[in-house]
Design a protein around this ligand. Sequence first.
Ligand SMILES: C[S@@+](CC[C@H](N)C(=O)[O-])C[C@H]1O[C@@H](n2cnc3c(N)ncnc32)[C@H](O)[C@@H]1O
Ligand SMILES: *[C@@H]1O[C@H](CO)[C@@H](O)[C@H](O)[C@H]1NC(C)=O
Ligand SMILES: *[C@@H]1O[C@H](CO)[C@@H](O)[C@H](O)[C@H]1NC(C)=O
Length: 313
Amino acid sequence: MVGKVEPRLLFPFLWVLLFVGILLISKGLHFHESLLMTSSKEVLNVHPLAPINAKHVDLINNPFTLEGHMFWSSIVGMNITPGIFDDCRNLAGELTSRHPLPKVFHDMYGPFKSKLKTVLSDGKPPEGYSLKYKGESLVFWNIITRIPHIETVCETGFNTGSGTLLWLTAKPNVHVYSFDIGDHPYAKPMADYIQEQFPGRHNITWGDSTKTLPLFVKKNPRIQCDIIYVDGGHTYAVSKKDFENFSKLGYTGSVVILDNYPDYRLTFMKDLGGMWEDNRRLMNILEVFKCTYGRMRKQGFSFGLLTKTTTHT
Ligand SMILES: C[S@@+](CC[C@H](N)C(=O)[O-])C[C@H]1O[C@@H](n2cnc3c(N)ncnc32)[C@H](O)[C@@H]1O
Ligand SMILES: *[C@@H]1O[C@H](CO)[C@@H](O)[C@H](O)[C@H]1NC(C)=O
Ligand SMILES: *[C@@H]1O[C@H](CO)[C@@H](O)[C@H](O)[C@H]1NC(C)=O
Protein backbone atom coordinates (compact mmCIF):
# COMPACT_ATOMS: atom_id res chain seq x y z
CA MET A 1 0.00 0.00 0.00
CA VAL A 2 1.53 3.27 -1.04
CA GLY A 3 -0.01 6.25 0.63
CA LYS A 4 0.26 9.78 -0.69
CA VAL A 5 3.45 11.45 0.69
CA GLU A 6 2.90 14.69 2.48
CA PRO A 7 4.87 17.37 0.49
CA ARG A 8 5.67 19.01 3.84
CA LEU A 9 7.67 15.93 4.88
CA LEU A 10 9.89 16.14 1.77
CA PHE A 11 11.45 19.50 2.67
CA PRO A 12 14.06 18.33 5.22
CA PHE A 13 15.11 15.60 2.76
CA LEU A 14 15.65 18.13 -0.05
CA TRP A 15 17.78 20.32 2.23
CA VAL A 16 20.04 17.35 3.07
CA LEU A 17 20.33 16.52 -0.64
CA LEU A 18 21.29 20.10 -1.48
CA PHE A 19 23.90 20.15 1.30
CA VAL A 20 25.52 16.89 0.17
CA GLY A 21 25.46 18.11 -3.45
CA ILE A 22 27.27 21.35 -2.61
CA LEU A 23 29.82 19.42 -0.56
CA LEU A 24 30.57 17.04 -3.45
CA ILE A 25 30.84 19.80 -6.06
CA SER A 26 33.21 21.88 -3.93
CA LYS A 27 35.36 18.82 -3.26
CA GLY A 28 35.47 18.08 -6.96
CA LEU A 29 36.43 21.65 -7.84
CA HIS A 30 39.07 21.63 -5.17
CA PHE A 31 40.49 18.41 -6.57
CA HIS A 32 40.72 19.89 -10.07
CA GLU A 33 42.20 23.06 -8.76
CA SER A 34 44.93 21.23 -6.91
CA LEU A 35 45.78 19.27 -10.05
CA LEU A 36 46.05 22.45 -12.06
CA MET A 37 48.01 24.36 -9.49
CA THR A 38 50.75 21.82 -8.78
CA SER A 39 53.68 21.75 -11.14
CA SER A 40 53.85 18.82 -13.52
CA LYS A 41 56.70 17.45 -11.43
CA GLU A 42 54.51 17.15 -8.34
CA VAL A 43 51.74 15.51 -10.30
CA LEU A 44 54.20 13.00 -11.66
CA ASN A 45 55.40 12.24 -8.16
CA VAL A 46 51.96 10.87 -7.42
CA HIS A 47 52.62 8.25 -10.11
CA PRO A 48 56.21 7.11 -9.65
CA LEU A 49 56.30 5.25 -12.94
CA ALA A 50 54.58 7.85 -15.08
CA PRO A 51 56.62 8.53 -18.21
CA ILE A 52 58.29 11.91 -18.20
CA ASN A 53 58.78 13.89 -21.33
CA ALA A 54 61.71 16.21 -21.62
CA LYS A 55 59.53 18.54 -23.65
CA HIS A 56 56.80 18.58 -20.98
CA VAL A 57 54.07 17.22 -23.14
CA ASP A 58 52.29 13.95 -22.49
CA LEU A 59 52.26 11.05 -24.89
CA ILE A 60 49.81 12.94 -27.07
CA ASN A 61 50.40 10.49 -29.86
CA ASN A 62 49.83 7.34 -27.82
CA PRO A 63 48.55 4.96 -30.52
CA PHE A 64 46.26 3.22 -28.04
CA THR A 65 44.07 6.27 -27.56
CA LEU A 66 41.36 7.14 -30.07
CA GLU A 67 43.13 10.38 -31.01
CA GLY A 68 46.52 8.67 -31.29
CA HIS A 69 45.09 5.91 -33.42
CA MET A 70 43.51 8.42 -35.80
CA PHE A 71 46.66 10.50 -35.89
CA TRP A 72 49.01 7.65 -36.77
CA SER A 73 46.53 6.08 -39.19
CA SER A 74 46.55 9.35 -41.08
CA ILE A 75 50.37 9.49 -41.00
CA VAL A 76 50.74 6.02 -42.53
CA GLY A 77 47.64 6.25 -44.73
CA MET A 78 46.03 3.08 -43.44
CA ASN A 79 44.40 1.83 -40.27
CA ILE A 80 47.14 0.95 -37.80
CA THR A 81 46.96 -2.12 -35.58
CA PRO A 82 49.95 -2.00 -33.24
CA GLY A 83 51.48 -5.42 -32.70
CA ILE A 84 50.76 -7.07 -36.03
CA PHE A 85 52.83 -7.35 -39.22
CA ASP A 86 51.10 -5.08 -41.67
CA ASP A 87 51.74 -5.13 -45.42
CA CYS A 88 53.80 -2.13 -46.56
CA ARG A 89 52.19 -2.42 -50.01
CA ASN A 90 49.01 -1.01 -48.49
CA LEU A 91 50.82 2.16 -47.47
CA ALA A 92 51.77 3.66 -50.74
CA GLY A 93 48.40 3.56 -52.50
CA GLU A 94 46.67 5.86 -50.09
CA LEU A 95 49.71 8.00 -49.28
CA THR A 96 50.81 8.36 -52.88
CA SER A 97 47.52 9.94 -53.84
CA ARG A 98 47.08 12.03 -50.71
CA HIS A 99 50.65 12.82 -49.64
CA PRO A 100 53.14 11.99 -52.40
CA LEU A 101 56.80 12.95 -52.10
CA PRO A 102 56.62 16.53 -53.29
CA LYS A 103 58.60 18.38 -55.94
CA VAL A 104 60.88 19.91 -53.31
CA PHE A 105 62.11 16.40 -52.55
CA HIS A 106 62.59 15.36 -56.20
CA ASP A 107 64.44 18.61 -56.90
CA MET A 108 67.08 17.49 -54.39
CA TYR A 109 66.92 13.77 -55.15
CA GLY A 110 67.70 14.09 -58.87
CA PRO A 111 71.11 15.79 -58.44
CA PHE A 112 71.81 13.50 -55.45
CA LYS A 113 71.41 10.43 -57.67
CA SER A 114 73.66 11.94 -60.33
CA LYS A 115 76.30 12.64 -57.70
CA LEU A 116 76.00 9.09 -56.36
CA LYS A 117 76.61 7.71 -59.87
CA THR A 118 79.91 9.55 -60.09
CA VAL A 119 81.19 8.18 -56.76
CA LEU A 120 80.14 4.57 -57.31
CA SER A 121 83.61 3.88 -58.64
CA ASP A 122 83.25 0.29 -59.75
CA GLY A 123 79.62 0.65 -60.80
CA LYS A 124 78.56 -1.72 -58.04
CA PRO A 125 75.19 -0.76 -56.52
CA PRO A 126 75.30 0.61 -53.00
CA GLU A 127 74.09 -1.21 -49.89
CA GLY A 128 70.33 -1.18 -49.25
CA TYR A 129 68.81 2.25 -48.90
CA SER A 130 65.42 3.20 -47.58
CA LEU A 131 64.41 5.45 -50.50
CA LYS A 132 64.17 2.41 -52.73
CA TYR A 133 61.00 1.55 -50.83
CA LYS A 134 58.18 3.89 -51.62
CA GLY A 135 55.91 3.13 -48.68
CA GLU A 136 58.72 3.55 -46.20
CA SER A 137 59.92 6.83 -47.70
CA LEU A 138 56.40 8.22 -47.71
CA VAL A 139 55.88 7.29 -44.07
CA PHE A 140 59.20 8.90 -43.11
CA TRP A 141 58.25 12.02 -45.05
CA ASN A 142 54.84 12.18 -43.36
CA ILE A 143 56.31 11.67 -39.90
CA ILE A 144 58.87 14.42 -40.24
CA THR A 145 56.75 16.97 -42.10
CA ARG A 146 53.54 16.54 -40.14
CA ILE A 147 54.86 16.42 -36.57
CA PRO A 148 55.76 20.06 -35.98
CA HIS A 149 58.15 19.67 -33.03
CA ILE A 150 60.49 17.28 -34.87
CA GLU A 151 63.78 19.03 -35.59
CA THR A 152 66.58 16.67 -34.65
CA VAL A 153 67.15 13.29 -36.28
CA CYS A 154 69.74 10.88 -34.87
CA GLU A 155 70.65 7.98 -37.12
CA THR A 156 73.08 5.10 -37.30
CA GLY A 157 73.81 4.00 -40.87
CA PHE A 158 74.44 6.85 -43.30
CA ASN A 159 75.54 4.74 -46.27
CA THR A 160 74.80 6.89 -49.38
CA GLY A 161 72.88 9.42 -47.28
CA SER A 162 69.57 8.89 -49.06
CA GLY A 163 67.64 8.75 -45.78
CA THR A 164 69.56 11.80 -44.56
CA LEU A 165 68.59 13.65 -47.75
CA LEU A 166 64.93 12.94 -47.08
CA TRP A 167 65.11 14.23 -43.47
CA LEU A 168 66.99 17.38 -44.46
CA THR A 169 64.76 18.18 -47.42
CA ALA A 170 61.57 17.84 -45.37
CA LYS A 171 61.90 21.02 -43.28
CA PRO A 172 64.47 23.81 -43.19
CA ASN A 173 64.90 23.56 -39.40
CA VAL A 174 65.89 19.87 -39.37
CA HIS A 175 69.37 18.87 -38.18
CA VAL A 176 70.72 15.34 -38.62
CA TYR A 177 73.40 13.58 -36.57
CA SER A 178 74.63 10.52 -38.44
CA PHE A 179 76.93 7.70 -37.33
CA ASP A 180 78.53 5.40 -39.86
CA ILE A 181 81.45 3.01 -39.82
CA GLY A 182 82.55 4.43 -43.17
CA ASP A 183 83.63 1.23 -44.84
CA HIS A 184 81.90 1.99 -48.15
CA PRO A 185 84.11 4.11 -50.43
CA TYR A 186 81.13 6.23 -51.54
CA ALA A 187 80.05 7.15 -47.97
CA LYS A 188 82.52 9.97 -47.34
CA PRO A 189 82.13 11.77 -50.67
CA MET A 190 78.35 11.53 -50.26
CA ALA A 191 78.57 12.99 -46.75
CA ASP A 192 80.62 15.88 -48.17
CA TYR A 193 77.95 16.37 -50.82
CA ILE A 194 75.12 16.42 -48.22
CA GLN A 195 77.02 18.95 -46.12
CA GLU A 196 77.55 21.18 -49.17
CA GLN A 197 73.85 21.04 -49.97
CA PHE A 198 72.73 21.62 -46.38
CA PRO A 199 75.43 23.75 -44.76
CA GLY A 200 75.54 23.59 -40.96
CA ARG A 201 72.70 21.07 -40.79
CA HIS A 202 74.46 17.72 -40.84
CA ASN A 203 77.06 16.15 -38.56
CA ILE A 204 78.53 12.74 -39.12
CA THR A 205 80.72 10.72 -36.77
CA TRP A 206 82.80 8.08 -38.53
CA GLY A 207 83.58 4.77 -36.84
CA ASP A 208 81.88 1.85 -35.17
CA SER A 209 78.80 3.28 -33.48
CA THR A 210 79.23 1.01 -30.46
CA LYS A 211 82.43 2.98 -29.80
CA THR A 212 81.57 6.44 -31.12
CA LEU A 213 77.98 6.74 -29.84
CA PRO A 214 78.63 6.39 -26.08
CA LEU A 215 81.36 9.05 -26.36
CA PHE A 216 79.10 11.36 -28.37
CA VAL A 217 76.28 10.97 -25.82
CA LYS A 218 78.64 11.80 -22.99
CA LYS A 219 79.98 14.87 -24.79
CA ASN A 220 76.58 16.14 -26.02
CA PRO A 221 74.04 15.36 -23.31
CA ARG A 222 71.89 18.32 -24.34
CA ILE A 223 71.12 17.12 -27.84
CA GLN A 224 67.51 15.90 -28.01
CA CYS A 225 66.73 13.29 -30.62
CA ASP A 226 63.17 13.76 -31.89
CA ILE A 227 63.69 10.83 -34.25
CA ILE A 228 65.93 7.88 -33.42
CA TYR A 229 66.62 5.93 -36.60
CA VAL A 230 68.49 2.66 -36.15
CA ASP A 231 69.84 1.43 -39.50
CA GLY A 232 73.55 0.78 -38.89
CA GLY A 233 74.99 -2.58 -37.81
CA HIS A 234 72.21 -5.10 -38.46
CA THR A 235 72.92 -7.41 -35.50
CA TYR A 236 71.18 -7.84 -32.18
CA ALA A 237 74.16 -6.52 -30.21
CA VAL A 238 74.84 -3.44 -32.33
CA SER A 239 71.21 -2.40 -32.88
CA LYS A 240 70.49 -2.81 -29.16
CA LYS A 241 73.44 -0.62 -28.19
CA ASP A 242 72.52 1.96 -30.82
CA PHE A 243 68.97 2.12 -29.49
CA GLU A 244 70.05 2.27 -25.85
CA ASN A 245 72.63 4.95 -26.41
CA PHE A 246 70.32 7.10 -28.55
CA SER A 247 67.61 6.66 -25.90
CA LYS A 248 69.73 8.74 -23.54
CA LEU A 249 69.27 11.66 -25.92
CA GLY A 250 65.58 10.88 -26.43
CA TYR A 251 62.45 11.57 -24.39
CA THR A 252 59.05 10.01 -23.95
CA GLY A 253 57.49 10.53 -27.35
CA SER A 254 60.66 10.46 -29.47
CA VAL A 255 59.93 8.49 -32.64
CA VAL A 256 62.02 5.31 -32.86
CA ILE A 257 62.44 3.75 -36.31
CA LEU A 258 64.10 0.42 -37.01
CA ASP A 259 64.84 -0.57 -40.58
CA ASN A 260 64.78 -4.13 -41.92
CA TYR A 261 62.47 -5.61 -39.34
CA PRO A 262 60.23 -7.34 -40.29
CA ASP A 263 62.31 -8.78 -43.14
CA TYR A 264 62.47 -12.34 -44.52
CA ARG A 265 66.19 -12.69 -43.90
CA LEU A 266 66.53 -14.90 -40.85
CA THR A 267 69.26 -12.89 -39.17
CA PHE A 268 67.24 -9.67 -39.53
CA MET A 269 64.16 -11.41 -38.11
CA LYS A 270 66.09 -12.83 -35.18
CA ASP A 271 68.56 -10.05 -34.45
CA LEU A 272 66.67 -6.86 -35.28
CA GLY A 273 63.35 -8.47 -34.39
CA GLY A 274 64.80 -9.59 -31.08
CA MET A 275 65.99 -6.08 -30.31
CA TRP A 276 62.65 -4.53 -31.26
CA GLU A 277 60.41 -7.05 -29.51
CA ASP A 278 62.55 -7.14 -26.35
CA ASN A 279 62.28 -3.39 -25.99
CA ARG A 280 58.63 -3.47 -26.87
CA ARG A 281 57.96 -6.05 -24.14
CA LEU A 282 59.98 -4.00 -21.67
CA MET A 283 57.81 -1.07 -22.75
CA ASN A 284 60.83 1.00 -23.69
CA ILE A 285 59.15 1.25 -27.08
CA LEU A 286 55.45 1.80 -27.56
CA GLU A 287 55.00 0.25 -30.99
CA VAL A 288 52.90 2.21 -33.48
CA PHE A 289 53.33 0.27 -36.69
CA LYS A 290 55.40 -2.38 -38.43
CA CYS A 291 55.11 -3.68 -41.95
CA THR A 292 56.84 -5.71 -44.58
CA TYR A 293 56.30 -6.08 -48.33
CA GLY A 294 54.03 -8.97 -49.27
CA ARG A 295 54.03 -12.55 -48.12
CA MET A 296 57.76 -12.81 -48.79
CA ARG A 297 58.29 -10.32 -45.96
CA LYS A 298 60.70 -8.18 -47.92
CA GLN A 299 62.39 -5.07 -46.59
CA GLY A 300 60.13 -4.01 -43.74
CA PHE A 301 60.45 -1.41 -41.05
CA SER A 302 59.02 -0.71 -37.63
CA PHE A 303 58.36 2.43 -35.73
CA GLY A 304 57.11 3.41 -32.30
CA LEU A 305 57.49 5.91 -29.50
CA LEU A 306 60.23 5.93 -26.94
CA THR A 307 59.09 5.75 -23.33
CA LYS A 308 61.30 6.76 -20.46
CA THR A 309 60.33 6.40 -16.82
CA THR A 310 60.97 9.06 -14.24
CA THR A 311 63.96 8.68 -12.03
CA HIS A 312 63.35 9.80 -8.49
CA THR A 313 66.00 11.21 -6.28
C1 LIG B 1 71.57 -0.17 -44.63
S1 LIG B 1 72.83 1.03 -44.64
C2 LIG B 1 72.05 2.52 -44.13
C3 LIG B 1 71.08 3.09 -45.12
C4 LIG B 1 70.63 4.51 -44.86
N1 LIG B 1 69.96 4.64 -43.60
C5 LIG B 1 69.71 5.00 -45.97
O1 LIG B 1 68.53 5.23 -45.72
O2 LIG B 1 70.15 5.16 -47.10
C6 LIG B 1 73.82 0.57 -43.23
C7 LIG B 1 75.05 1.43 -42.99
O3 LIG B 1 75.52 1.20 -41.66
C8 LIG B 1 76.93 1.09 -41.66
N2 LIG B 1 77.34 0.28 -40.48
C9 LIG B 1 77.39 -1.06 -40.36
N3 LIG B 1 77.84 -1.40 -39.13
C10 LIG B 1 78.03 -0.26 -38.45
C11 LIG B 1 78.50 0.06 -37.14
N4 LIG B 1 78.84 -0.90 -36.26
N5 LIG B 1 78.63 1.36 -36.79
C12 LIG B 1 78.30 2.33 -37.66
N6 LIG B 1 77.84 2.10 -38.90
C13 LIG B 1 77.72 0.82 -39.30
C14 LIG B 1 77.25 0.46 -43.01
O4 LIG B 1 78.57 0.75 -43.38
C15 LIG B 1 76.21 1.13 -43.92
O5 LIG B 1 76.70 2.32 -44.45
C1 LIG C 1 78.69 19.67 -35.92
O1 LIG C 1 79.53 20.18 -36.94
C2 LIG C 1 79.87 21.55 -36.76
C3 LIG C 1 80.59 21.98 -38.01
O2 LIG C 1 81.64 21.12 -38.32
C4 LIG C 1 80.69 21.69 -35.49
O3 LIG C 1 81.03 23.03 -35.29
C5 LIG C 1 79.86 21.18 -34.31
O4 LIG C 1 80.63 21.21 -33.12
C6 LIG C 1 79.40 19.76 -34.57
N1 LIG C 1 78.53 19.32 -33.51
C7 LIG C 1 78.72 18.20 -32.80
C8 LIG C 1 77.72 17.94 -31.72
O5 LIG C 1 79.61 17.42 -33.01
C1 LIG D 1 75.89 2.21 -25.10
O1 LIG D 1 76.94 1.60 -25.81
C2 LIG D 1 77.91 0.95 -25.00
C3 LIG D 1 79.03 0.45 -25.91
O2 LIG D 1 78.57 -0.17 -27.03
C4 LIG D 1 77.26 -0.19 -24.22
O3 LIG D 1 78.22 -0.84 -23.39
C5 LIG D 1 76.14 0.38 -23.36
O4 LIG D 1 75.50 -0.65 -22.71
C6 LIG D 1 75.15 1.15 -24.26
N1 LIG D 1 74.02 1.63 -23.53
C7 LIG D 1 73.99 2.73 -22.74
C8 LIG D 1 72.68 3.00 -22.07
O5 LIG D 1 74.92 3.45 -22.59
